[in-house]
Design a protein around this ligand. Sequence first.
Ligand code: F6R
Length: 603
Amino acid sequence: MCGITGCVGREQTTDDLLAGLRNLEYRGYDSAGLAVQNGEGVAVFKRSGEVSNLCERVRGTHLTGAAGIGHTRWSTHGPPTDANAHPHTDCQNQIAVVHNGIIENHHELRTELRERGHDIESDTDTEVVPHLVAEFLPEATSTEDAFRSAIARLDGSYAIAMLVEGEDAIYAARDGSPLVLGIDEGAHFLASDVPAFLEFTDRVIYLEDGDVAKLTTDEIEITDVDGNSVERSVQTVDWVPEDAKKGEYDHFMHKEIHEQPTALRQAIRGRVDPDTGEVTLEDFPEGSFESIDTVQFVACGTSYHAGLYAAEVLTERGMRTTVHRASEFVVNPPPADDGTLVVGITQSGETADTLAALDDAIERGIRTLAVTNVVGSTAARTCDDALFIRAGPEIGVAATKTFSSQIATLLCLIRALVRDTMDSADHDAELFRALHALPNKVEHVLETSRAQQVAHRYQTSEAHFFIGRHTAQAVALEAALKLKEISYEHAEGFPAGELKHGPLALVTPETPIFAIATGRNDEKLRSNVEEARARKAPVVAVAAADSPVSTVADDHLTIPSTHPDLAGVLANVQLQLLSYQVASLLDRPIDKPRNLAKSVTVE
Ligand code: F6R
């Protein structure tokens, strides 16, 4: 949510900033801008709309300079106009600032600065920052000093990067919004997320809350807000530049759907023994969870659906398990004690609602575990433990491969929890052998799916309803979310038994019902399907060929047979393809759905 880039020490600063912004566009695409130290001052260019509009604006300007910052915006304060686009500058246009997050005391600062003669032009909370720095600069011993004084006045969450006229340096600060530095020979980078500079370097430093940094060509200095020096380790990310490119695909979403076999193999690599079905989780040896008797999953959106899925499996194995939308967890925190494990599921590790829920648990002394895709993310660093889903970078705004990888990883976590807390001799070998075989079955779905034909048939429907039981109810919710988010068509997901308690009133011949069968409770699901068929709704079975649900369907998205706890993953792949195909037929901007952005860093 808002992407920041910066680089110092490169020859093609403007090109590199634009490339970084294109790589971060999944974080926001309402407006974009950049500022470059061009030898004569700080040159600022910005435009409403996508990064391509900014490229047009910059084309032919021959901007040069050793240092620059850039921004792609997802609007929080003020509409997506040129004026509200970042960077924002002070009255003299000597200080340029880009920001991700929310400055909560901006009204108070704005009034104070106006009283002191500052002319603040935009509606954004960000614009107070360059004016504050300008206010401190005349009395400060250095630019760092003025920057730190300004940062100390801010309440809220921020990742900030600043450029000041005449200095080949970038100043940066982080509190509550992500910021990562990249280290290359003779150049340094800065960004909200690693894909921005992955083509140049894989050596990174994750800034932590309260860090203030100065980047020059030769050096990175990190301090706290009082100026005390801070040490941060350099890490190497195991992503490759191709991960952040579309390659032969038209959209990242389509590419990432097809990456699921690989992502799943990575998720279970070294964790699941294909012969015995035994699970070994690095960092969690036997006994790691012996004090746990309750698990609370917290997450948002697709990750919340992965939590619902996992909760079905864990509850069935006898553990007290609840699932919470992170934004509600903080409003009304569920009771917890020493036996509780709060598991935050978050692909990005930066979702503000999930981080707030985890912080709430941490403050109450509850044990926390992050299940995340991003090493070095805030969730990974703030929780007691982290378990990585190893999906590789996900760029498409709609989460796809990370859902499958979350489920594979959560199943391994469930195995470790059951191992440490239950007296059962059964180690679920059948499930984990099936998990080992799952990537090949996903491949089969990808090769044989009829999603395009089904999409063609139902794309003009009034609404699309998805139903399922047990783990498939989570898939029903996820399928509906995916379809509405990228196609803008009306879609709802329900536990199948709930259809007759109200939603059936909406069912007509114009509302296809997608019935997701796992091989468990299929007869009951078939009864629910019959109820819809009696109202003349067309039925699409997302089921194995031999499922009773398949015999009463008008259309089929067939899945290979597997363990019932895994069938939902295969069904979900079919339904991801369906959403993709519907959105494609309707010519939607699939990787950048309207009003949305990946990594939602505001509450
Ligand atoms: C939907 C989607 C969102 C995210 C949600 C949580 O396709 O991507 O619903 O799942 O914003 O994001 P993470 O997992 O990064 O916490």
